[in-house]
Design a protein around this ligand. Sequence first.
Ligand code: XMP
Length: 515
Amino acid sequence: MEKLIVVDFGSQYSHLICRRVRELGVRSELVPWYKLDETSLDNVKGVILSGGPMSVYDKDSPKISIDTINMLLRNRIPILGICYGHQLLAHLLGGKVERSDRKEYGPATLEVVKHGKLLRGLDKAEIVWMSHGDIVRKLPPGFILLGKTANCPIAAYESKDGLIYGIQFHPEVHHTRKGKLVLKNFLDICGFKYDWVLKDIINNIIKNISDRVGDNRVLIAVSGGVDSTTAAVLIHRAIGDKLHLVFMNTGLLRDGEVEWVLRMLRGLGFRNIHYVDASHLFLEALRGVRDPEEKRKIFSKIYSRVLREKVKELEEKYGEFKYIAQGTIYPDRVESGATSKTTDKIKSHHNVVMPKIFNHDILEPLAEFYKDEVRKIAKILGIPEKVWRRQPFPGPGLLVRILGEITDEKLRIAKEAHRIIEEEISKSEILQELWQVFPVVLDSKAVGVKGDSRSYDYIIAIRAVESEDAMTAEFAKLPWNLLEKIARRLVNEIDGVGRVVYDITHKPPATIEYE
Ligand code: XMP
């Protein structure tokens, strides 16, 4: 299938560019800047160079060579540089980039000097989103100016041969009003057929699984979340009851979650569901442990051990599993943000560690898709809305939402607080706009007055974020009356809670979860 490559120079928006291209119906893949070579050009009909945090003048800034650009041009593959990519192209092709320590961040007005093919359909003046320091001061020879802003004399350009384009602004963020149109114009320039259509792709996935697995058995560990449930349904459609599901109670799940997940899985028609209650193992091993990394490590260790034992037990009963399946999705596999070869991996989530514990082959039917695509696939497969709309819940569960030691009291508080917040938010229209909303039990207490006496109770932080992909997030501006209602219920209804605070930090610099 034809595709577009987004070359990642370390921008926090690289995945977003990839997703926008897919939303427009074109397969896209993210490739770190140092991995772009002739071998990665099969079926590639267009290349976008992403933004990045560095200057082309920084000694260690990520760069592709002029040879690479010539290789793309020889293959008649159009190139679009965005932000840093726009500067790098100008720099490499004989233009001039001016170093600046002053950053421009926020909206700007793009004055369209000439539409060309790239800016077709834009008004003479358009609001665009800027986030940069350096600017392009002089065009490379043979290039034409398309647009400028007050701070940026060359905010858009094209080459006379129609193969190279650059824009200083970010078309991938919503704040650039006609950003999607600019990207669509570029895809038209590349001549794409727009054949990334999930409905058609699903049948292929199912067929591929069935061809690959044949008569063998497959095991998948599920959590009840969107990714693992959708992966399981796809495999089930392909191989039926040769699929076995393992669902583990870690003791760190929410109130009623075990029963809900088991009921939901049975409702989806799975027959071989194996439930493992390992809650006491996790909670005992975590007792007295305060350090977040230590807690995560212990969790992973026990999870692997219990799962391995369960697999062994099931294999003795049913015969060998040839494949272990996982609900890994595209961003889990392809981390963005690498400005040097050594920063490739930024964080390793609990679910990506799994392959290391098994010698079986790994099956990852969703490894090519973003979360919003997985939700669409789930919807097309007929998985209930309650499931595909579920907010992400981390593998280690309440472990990352109870700071410091996990005691029985803090665990009870966390569970009750999750229930109350879910009840209140689900009544509100706001739910669909939120990526996640949840309480965090802090590791400190505060003084208060309850009735006539002094209290000294735990503090709960409410974390609510809007996000497109969890790479970046903004704290949600929940209505005061909703927050007031939640806070009142948390303090009144949960024994041991004395105070509620609202987290108003974006990601970055904070992460979404607390540990
Ligand atoms: P952070 O805290 O890194 O979270 O901003 C980004 C997204 O990932 C989820 N998350 C996890 N998911 N295993 C998971 O399956 C994990 O260990 C894990 N840690 C964080 C988090 O809920 C958010 O959506």
